[in-house]
Design a protein around this ligand. Structure first.
Ligand code: NAD
Length: 428
């Protein structure tokens, strides 16, 4: 974990265990729903977990063995769906939590998928492209029996991208003896990707921010935004918010952040980052390596779009934003979330705010299976329709139960999964 992280020192504290955080949200919602014991038990455990140790021939001629996981939390509403991340910090509790969040996320936006997640413990920054390709192909082969267009459909996540998905698709297709594009989403356009998928999560963040602004009575031009993370979600989300008229005053990556109260020229920031691979040296903004301090900057909207456990009991009292839109998965611990709720800070929870990615992944899967591809306008307008409806349903649910948006989102999504469970019954 980088020096910029807010969580570096508390890996063994329960507050920082993402699975326990997820479980807390689940339990609160289950209590509100009066969920019967059997359904509660089933939904709190993953359906299936696979851990694999895969050998990879490194460029120096030596063999390394990498450990990876694929967890399928639930498949009641359809094939499990969820990203694969490459990171030295991957651990099974994290993958379990992320898999469960995917079940709730797919249910919040009502796409016909369950939840899954994968992760490989590795540091791709220290690996060549060839080593990354061999690792991806061998990991895919190791989990081959449990993935597939009708079983479990991976997607990109931290440190994996379109190229990684292309390797997974090709490896799966070679084993199946036919091209099978719908086995992963987030692919390049030329091999069955969807228009609009790359920026879909950022676009969903923007749509969520727009809806939340209407709810609390703010205008984009009066909204200063601090964004943590400058990758697929943070970078592209900040760009879209900038285009929408929001004032992006700060953005960070794992090494540090830039800040300018008058607002950053986002296209120029992203160009600088692409060319120099660092935010440092960007003209017209101050640079700092104190990542913790960035979250405490004065602003109306904070978008944590990097990683888990960034808003915690340690820093929650110093967070100044009145609105938080969670681009990352699990950026706020359960205890910090309660504190924010008590203080009246509006939090659009991850399972709603970053669901744009899985929604367009669903569109990609549909297009692959039809062999008929949509225009970007169609993708974007269908995404907007789904996100606006999901936001309204979460808001109505939280008003009905007198709870915050996070609990409302859990109640809505868990209620939907539980009703499918009752309808299908238990196969025995
Ligand atoms: P990414 O690898 O493209 O970008 C991550 C960014 O966060 C990078 O700029 C990195 O430098 C920065 N970062 C990492 N650790 C940091 C730290 N401690 N402090 C500040 N910056 C830090 O990853 P991504 O796809 O943008 O994913 C970001 C988050 O969004 C993850 O939690 C992921 O699970 C979630 N998410 C991603 C998608 C998607 O479609 N990509 C969809 C839903 C949720």
């Amino acid at each position: 974990m980088s020096s910029g992280s807010a969580v570096a020192t508390h890996a063994h504290n329960d507050e920082f265990n993402p699975f326990l955080s997820m479980q807390k949200g689940f339990d609160t919602a289950a209590d509100h729903l009066g969920l019967e014991q059997g359904v509660r038990k089933v939904l709190s455990m993953p359906d299936r977990e696979l851990t694999v140790n895969v050998p990879v021939l490194m460029d120096n001629g030596k063999v390394e063995v990498f450990t990876g996981h694929r967890v399928q939390h639930n498949t009641l509403r359809g094939p499990s769906k969820g990203g694969i991340r490459f990171s030295p910090d991957v651990d099974i509790d994290e993958v379990r939590a992320l898999a469960a969040w995917m079940t709730w996320k797919c249910s919040v936006v009502n796409v016909p998928f369950g939840g899954g997640k994968g992760g490989v413990i590795c540091d791709p920054r220290s690996m060549s492209i060839g080593e990354q390709e061999r690792l991806t192909r061998r990991y895919t082969t190791a989990i081959l029996d449990i993935i597939g267009p009708d079983r479990d459909v991976p997607a990109p996540d931290m440190n994996t991208n379109e190229q990684t998905m292309a390797w997974i698709m090709d490896t799966y297709s070679m084993h199946e003896r036919k091209t099978s594009t719908a086995v992963v989403t987030g692919k390049p356009l030329s091999i069955g990707g969807s228009r609009g998928r790359l920026e879909a999560t950022g676009r969903g963040v923007m749509i969520s921010a727009n809806e939340a602004l209407k709810m609390i009575g703010l205008r984009p031009e009066d909204t200063r935004v601090v964004v943590q993370g400058a990758g697929n979600v943070g970078g592209l989300g900040a760009m879209l918010l900038h285009r929408e008229g929001y004032r992006i005053t700060s953005i960070s990556d794992m090494y540090g952040y830039i800040v300018n109260e008058r607002g950053l020229d986002m296209p120029a920031v992203l160009n600088h980052l692409r060319e120099k691979r660092t935010l440092e040296g960007f003209d017209g903004a101050d640079y700092s390596t104190d990542g913790k301090a960035q979250l405490e900057l004065d602003c109306e909207l904070l978008v944590p779009a990097a990683t888990e456990n960034q808003i915690t009991t340690e820093n929650v009292d110093r967070i100044k934003a009145r609105l938080i839109v969670e681009g990352a998965n699990g950026p706020t611990t359960a205890a910090a979330s309660e504190a924010l709720s008590k203080r009246g800070v509006t939090v659009v929870p991850d399972i709603l705010a970053n669901a744009g990615g899985v929604t367009v992944s669903y569109f990609e899967w549909v297009q692959d299976r039809m062999g008929y591809f949509w225009t970007e306008e169609i993708v974007n307008s269908r995404l907007e329709q789904i996100m606006v409806q999901a936001f309204a349903e979460v808001r109505q649910t939280s008003e009905k139960f007198g709870v915050d948006l996070r609990t409302g989102a859990y109640i809505l999504s868990i209620g939907r999964v539980a009703s499918v469970y009752r309808m299908r019954g238990i196969f025995s």
